[in-house]
Design a protein around this ligand. Structure first.
Ligand SMILES: NC(=O)c1ccc[n+]([C@@H]2O[C@H](COP(=O)([O-])OP(=O)(O)OC[C@H]3O[C@@H](n4cnc5c(N)ncnc54)[C@H](OP(=O)(O)O)[C@@H]3O)[C@@H](O)[C@H]2O)c1
Length: 393
């Protein structure tokens, strides 16, 4: 499928046999069984932890693995890595060996039927998260996987679906002139560029079609997530910002660009999602997780300088030229070069994005997004150093 052949609005079709005319699971508010996808990922670890603490349900986790024991071991190691493992909860974590990219999630009809019968509510967080892959590569997991989740939600009792999306689905020229982009705005499939955004936007559209067919489904659009605000722990550093930070530190230079990278700590997002998903009044709504107290790129670089790294400000073109010159000396430069040379904008300015409705709904005082300040930055840089991702300054 070439870019020219891709008819994105045409991709957003939900199997007409998926209908939601059965009663809602009677336990959806006090679920006995929850399906969580993507529990072995970054946000998934924290969603699993929240669900274990905030509910008494068994959490069925769709995991790619050879068998149930391997799945259990994977999930245990994963939670241990994030310092979230609690043996007392172990019996409530039930791995389901499956694959989002396959029909029926690669389960047998009996297994799919068993899940459809027992699950009360679904958190669909799993995805192929990769900004440099084309839509055609991501479609099976992100789009067709979402369709299989909606199929599961439709069978037996109707199960509310909580779909994790990205705020990037709204980064399209259709919104260039908008003063505000709010939670009720929808991705514009005809103008959206970039395979990952496209695949998440089409998946959102499938969820929207399912809503129109009667499914109570909520959508959670997250900005760029970094580590826990207290520990800074991150499972991988594949995102653009982490690569930019490491590259600038290693090159000793940063580009002078006008931007404010929107960073939300993963613990804010996971707590907010689970809190909002438990309020009946918010079922079927969309939410934005943004950081309204950001730091400009220049201030961020100045803070990194004060952490012991010497960083020189240069023009964007000079910085790009240096990056290009060094592409063969470190794999991180090559991967960053690929990202920056194909991106329309490095970190699109986000001042149109609005999360007023989400903040209005987040009435629990303990769930607030921490500001991007010296303290948060130091937590992250400390973890970057402790994990060996960057060398000490
Ligand atoms: N990270 C961010 O900054 C960010 C920002 C906005 C939105 N989001 C959204 O948040 C969600 C979680 O993102 P993340 O950063 O936590 O991603 P992640 O760390 O890459 O985790 C992705 C999860 O999806 C699972 N997965 C991928 N392909 C699968 C398949 N074929 N079958 C079953 N499971 C599969 C992965 O399983 P394996 O462990 O087996 O690979 C993993 O558990 C995604 O929906 C993403 O779009 C993330």
């Amino acid at each position: 499928m070439t870019i020219n052949q891709l008819n994105l609005p045409g991709e957003a079709t939900l199997d007409p046999t998926i209908e939601f005319n059965r009663p809602l699971s009677e336990h959806w508010q006090q679920p006995k069984a929850i399906l969580l996808t993507g529990a072995t990922g970054f946000l998934g670890a924290y969603l699993l932890d929240e669900l274990l603490h905030q509910t008494t349900a068994d959490i069925y986790c769709l995991v790619r693995c050879s068998d149930g024991n391997a799945g259990k071991e994977r999930l245990k190691k994963h939670l241990q890595f994030y310092l979230l493992w609690n043996e007392d909860f172990a019996h409530r974590i039930i791995p389901i060996v499956g694959d989002l990219s396959q029909p029926l999630l690669s389960l047998s009809e009996q297994e799919f039927d068993y899940l459809a019968t027992h699950i009360d509510i679904i958190y669909h967080n799993g995805a192929f998260v990769n900004a440099s892959r084309p839509y055609s590569t991501l479609k099976a997991v992100n789009v067709l996987g979402t369709q299989e989740i909606l199929r599961l939600a439709s069978l037996k009792q109707t199960k509310p679906v909580h779909f994790i999306s990205t705020i990037a689905v709204l980064f399209s020229s259709a919104y260039a002139q908008a003063v505000k982009i709010t939670e009720t705005d929808l991705p514009d499939l005809s103008t959206l560029k970039g395979g990952y955004k496209q695949s998440k936007a089409v998946a959102e559209q499938l969820v929207t079609i399912a809503q129109k067919r009667g499914l109570p489904a909520s959508i959670y659009r997250c900005a760029r997530m970094l580590g826990h605000s207290k520990t800074g722990i991150m499972g991988n550093f594949q995102d653009l910002l982490s690569r930019m930070l490491k590259t600038c530190i290693q090159l000793g230079q940063f580009p002078e660009i006008e931007m404010e990278p929107d960073i939300v700590p993963v613990d804010y997002v996971s707590q907010a999602i689970i809190y909002l998903s438990k309020q009946e009044a918010y079922l079927g709504k969309a939410f934005h997780f943004l950081n309204n107290q950001q730091m400009t790129w220049q201030s961020l670089m100045a803070e990194i300088g004060s952490f012991g790294y010497s960083l020189e400000a240069v023009t964007y073109d000079e910085w790009l030229a240096k990056l290009k010159k060094n592409v063969k000396t470190d794999p991180i430069y090559a991967s960053l070069w690929l990202m920056v040379s194909t991106a329309n904008q490095l970190f699109p300015l986000n001042d149109q994005l609005d999360d007023s409705y989400t903040r209005q709904c987040l009435t629990k005082p303990s769930i607030v997004c921490p500001p991007v300040d010296k303290k948060l930055l130091y937590t992250y840089l400390n973890y970057f150093q402790k994990s060996g991702y960057i060398k000490f300054g």
